[in-house]
Design a protein around this ligand. Structure first.
Ligand SMILES: [Zn+2]
Length: 549
């Protein structure tokens, strides 16, 4: 071991650079390492409805690192969803703030995984091998988010996590500008900062600026009102609940995921309301519409979500009609526009009033705009800078922000996944590329089951869900095909192994001359399975999912 080994710190991004999601950063020195976040990402084809990708962890395994601890910045799935896979090989203690820990418990419980989960308290340093890690409070679209200051033999590294600088946070917990300024005064070797909104000028605005809209909605609706938002957005759920509570409406979370989030919010003190404020859909059955406010998932038009089912009139317990007011409180994520528009059209056809991005200010971003990005750079005054969390163009724009804030070009590094930065007391340079990429987050069967979690057999006609992972590059089958049946017994479905094998052969023949073409692959899956089941006189509904890997 040479002196330089123990003083060189390697920063290795294994996900989140060049893409939105899959965030995972390794910081290592000699043979010791810590991992910051371990996230998943939803597959490009939204019809996969819940199938997820995770970062390739081969590098960690091959390098034989001693992972001393895992630190989490916040509880979004693109930061914690890959924990079960990381823990399989590296069962290190996980440090997280209370709300993040609650989200982690849910993720791990779903994967039937136990973990050594420990409390992360802002401004209380934690030793992990050669590193000392301190959390600093930031504001974001989920509560209890932190940035991390990692003191290393090569100097202090600040990792922003996902952040914005909210001037009046809903939970009264401010962005710790003072803490960042103190670090800046001590000297920071490297800043790694969230680039999601680096294309946007100005300031992202305060989450609490949405409260007047919420108050207006709950007053204006003659029937019930429905808020559609991400279930982890407890600030927004809190503001909507406050508004509803003020005018005497009960709040009804629809769907399992939303109900879980509300329970988690109540347990962690984020949703502090009198008992009886939240009621179940069954209880709501006995209450008139004008006394109800509903929380629904599905702001991106996801086909199995509560909102899509309300719009289609297929929700098992709730209906939407004249006098009802629906707010889609989120941005349209590119690629989902068509699905969202279809849902909005259906809601209007049912006679409801709909507010959405474009006709009203219904959303405030949880990620810093350029003014806030520059503000963090000015507070921290880093010697070197690496933009993280974003597609390549976001990283480039963020680098420009850093340049405009006074950083020298030679001190800004554009990294991609698998490109290490080597940091010493003297400076930084890029290292040689290591293996990085995407894997399926779980067996396809489990992915499909997750997507279907709200379907119960009794509600369904006999249905066969078929799911296959195809390489976007060359059209090869990477995983599956797998079959999941609903609304019929294993026995009545016949020999699923043979059905799978036949389907695989058909797809291989197709992929021999096809590039990735989800529509054609889906059509072929439907044709092949329909023919297979028809041989025994069965006609289940065939639902094909194609996942680009
Ligand atoms: Zn986030």
């Amino acid at each position: 071991m040479t002196l330089s080994d123990t003083n060189t710190v390697r920063i290795v991004p294994l996900g989140g650079l060049g893409e939105i999601g899959l965030n995972l950063m390794v910081i290592e020195c000699d043979r010791d390492a810590i991992v910051i976040d371990a996230g998943v990402m939803f597959a490009a084809d939204r019809e996969t409805g819940g199938a997820r990708l995770r970062p390739d962890l081969r590098y960690l395994e091959q390098r034989g690192l001693n992972v001393r601890a895992i630190f989490l910045t916040h509880g979004h799935e693109d930061h914690i969803g890959a924990l079960p896979y990381l823990l399989q090989s590296f069962p290190a203690p996980i440090f997280a703030t209370p709300v993040t820990a609650a989200f982690v418990r849910r993720t791990l419980a779903a994967a039937a995984f136990e973990a050594d989960l420990r409390m992360l308290v802002p401004r209380a340093p934690i030793a992990a091998g050669p590193f000392t890690v301190e959390a600093l409070r930031v504001t974001h679209s989920t509560p209890d988010a932190v940035a991390l200051a990692v003191r290393t033999p090569a100097g202090t590294i600040v990792h922003s996590g996902d952040f914005k600088i909210d001037p009046s946070p809903v939970d009264g917990m401010p962005f710790d500008a003072e803490g960042f300024a103190q670090l800046g005064a001590e000297g920071v070797a490297l800043l790694l900062s969230d680039s999601t909104n680096a294309e946007r000028d100005g300031h992202s605005g305060a989450e609490s600026s949405l409260k007047p809209l919420m108050s207006e909605v709950v007053r204006r609706a003659r029937g019930k009102c429905v808020l559609t938002a991400f279930s982890s957005h407890l600030h927004r759920i809190r503001q909507f609940t406050e508004a509803a509570h003020e005018v005497g409406r009960y709040v009804v979370p629809l769907g399992r995921r939303m109900a879980e989030s509300v329970r988690l919010g109540v347990e962690t003190g984020q949703l502090n309301f009198p008992p009886g404020t939240f009621i179940s859909p069954q209880e709501a059955d006995f209450i008139e519409s004008r006394r109800l406010a509903m929380l629904a998932g599905g702001s991106q038009g996801e086909p199995l979500s509560a909102l899509s089912r309300l719009a289609a009139g297929t929700h098992p317990v709730a209906q939407v009609g004249t006098d009802d007011l629906i707010v889609l409180s989120s941005r349209f994520i590119p690629g989902n526009e068509r699905a969202i528009q279809t849902v909005i059209n259906q809601l209007f056809k049912r006679g409801a009033e709909v507010l959405y991005d474009g006709v009203a200010t219904v959303h405030v971003s949880g990620h810093a705009y350029r003014e806030e990005l520059a503000e963090l750079i000015r507070l921290v005054r880093p010697r070197c800078f690496v933009p993280i969390h974003g597609e390549y163009r976001h990283l480039v724009h963020h680098q420009r922000v850093a340049r405009a804030a006074g950083m020298a070009e030679a001190d800004c590094f554009l990294l991609e996944n698998g490109e290490p930065l080597l940091l010493t007391r003297g400076g930084a340079r890029k290292g040689r590329k290591v293996p990085a990429g995407r894997c399926l987050a779980e067996e396809l069967q489990a992915a499909a089951a997750g997507a279907l979690e709200e379907y119960r057999d009794s509600e369904m006609a006999p249905t066969v869900f078929a799911i296959v992972g195809i390489s976007g590059g060359d059209g090869r089958i990477v995983n599956g095909p797998d079959l999941v049946i609903r609304g019929m017994s294993e026995r009545s479905a016949g020999d699923l192994g043979r059905a799978r094998a036949e389907l695989r052969t058909r797809l291989q023949a197709l992929n021999g001359y096809l590039r990735f073409d989800p529509a054609r692959i889906r059509a072929e899956m439907t044709r092949a399975l329909r023919a297979y089941f028809l041989r025994d006189g069965r006609r289940p509904v065939i639902v094909p999912y194609v996942l680009e890997v």
